[in-house]
Design a protein around this ligand. Structure first.
Ligand code: TA6
Length: 280
């Protein structure tokens, strides 16, 4: 277990034998860094002003949103999972990969926000040029419950004006309460963007394309993909993000937003996101 950046949060450093690495924080069960081969360059945005002392959600990496996406009653925005301490329950290292299993289950702190008995397991597997994040939710109590949420992945880019997202052409989306169909083959981000794409029945994979590289984004189980960039005005309003950082990030989130998943006692659900590094 390592402490990063002289901060108070405990992190697990992951490695493959060939040299890919990743860092995952127990606070929030949150991937903070991913450096795939062949170049070992950082692929995730993590704000320089992110709060890394465990007192709030961490701005960047891959926050886990659970048990709801966005606001719900008095519960924190995007749920409490990204505010809680998770535990590491397994570590499996082999010649090609490094896998960490983290868990969060109901406790006195979660009961303040949500009465359900649950277990949320995050399995992160690091390969040389890809990383796989799998979430498994189990109803461990006697009553059914419903949840939403997902993986709020912050991808790093050197210049948003030269960054494109492929794989969304003709896909229906909702933004600011209105429905649209994506007209662009390659989606450009030219202003504040906060869209829920209905990617469930799409066969094509998404790709973040930038001059320095491409990232393949593959989801399963999650019915929607949120694409978010706050742009300059939005970034100014976010305390833990520098004003110009909207130029360096794009969130491509594998999520459940519009419908909740209902689990009966004893039932489980799984969803995953896989990121793969490709040369441009
Ligand atoms: O997923 C997009 C979004 O819901 C945006 O509307 C934006 O507010 C963002 O998440 C960040 O939320 P946060 O609570 O982390 O500031």
């Amino acid at each position: 277990m390592a402490q990063i950046l002289d901060q108070k949060i405990d992190c697990i450093e992951m490695h493959t034998q060939a040299g890919a690495c990743a860092v995952i924080s127990l606070h929030g069960g949150q991937l903070l860094s991913w450096k795939p081969l062949p170049h070992g360059q950082e692929q995730l945005y993590l704000s320089k002003t992110a709060v890394l002392d465990g007192s709030s959600a961490i701005r960047g990496g891959v926050p886990i949103l659970f048990p709801h996406f966005g606001m719900q009653g008095d519960s924190p925005n995007h749920g409490f999972a990204r505010l809680m301490n998770w535990r590491c329950v397994a570590r499996i290292v082999d010649e090609n990969s490094d896998t960490v299993h983290l868990e969060l289950s109901n406790n006195e702190e979660t009961k303040v926000f949500w009465r359900a008995d649950f277990n949320l397991r995050l399995i992160v597997t690091l390969f040389d040029s890809s990383i796989h994040m799998h979430c498994e939710v189990t109803n461990t109590g006697g009553k059914e419950f419903s949840f939403s949420g997902g993986l709020h992945t912050y991808l790093l880019t050197h210049d948003i004006s030269k960054t494109r997202l492929s794989g969304l052409h003709k896909c229906a989306y909702v933004e600011a309460g209105k429905r649209y169909k994506e007209e662009q083959q390659l989606v450009e981000i030219t202003g504040e963007t906060d869209r829920v794409y209905f990617t469930d029945d799409k066969e094509q994979l998404l790709q973040l394309i930038s001059p320095e590289r491409r990232i393949l984004i593959e989801s399963s189980g999650f019915k929607q993909t949120v694409v978010w960039n706050p742009w300059i005005e939005g970034a100014r309003k976010i305390n833990d993000m520098e004003d110009q950082d909207y130029l360096k990030m794009l969130c491509v989130e594998s999520v459940l937003v519009t419908e909740k998943v209902c689990l009966q006692a004893g039932q489980s659900w799984g969803g995953s996101q896989r990121l793969k590094y490709l040369e441009s």
